[in-house]
Write a protein that binds this ligand. Sequence first.
Ligand code: SF4
Ligand SMILES: [Zn+2]
Length: 123
Amino acid sequence: MATITCPRCQQIVEAQAITCPHCRLTLKAFGHPGIPLYRAIGDEYLCDRCIYHADDTCNFPQRPYAKDCTLYQDITEQQLQQQQQLDNSSFNVTFKNWLKRNQGLLLLLGLILICLIIALATT
Ligand code: SF4
Ligand SMILES: [Zn+2]
């Protein structure tokens, strides 16, 4: 069973819970377990860390002072993903460059391998 931490009382709560069974905080919007209601922690505003505030695509009236929101998307998660994509592509580039630089060596190794296979097959 998936669980989350209640943002108000910090108790472990079932991920699908619509309200926190300990402090009665509303955790899902419109009484639907599939619509998470994100909440700001402490004095922060959700918009400060939201993708749609950063790229200026949100037109919710509560922006930029939303304390709870159903559409909130954590910008740090997106940044992490972008960083990972960057890391992956830079690994690919490095690997391709290495292949290019060592083409001759790889060709030689391939030939030796073929020779070995032929030698083994004919004995
Ligand atoms: S989607 Fe919600 S949290 Fe994000 S900027 Fe708009 S109001 Fe703020
Ligand atoms: Zn709670």
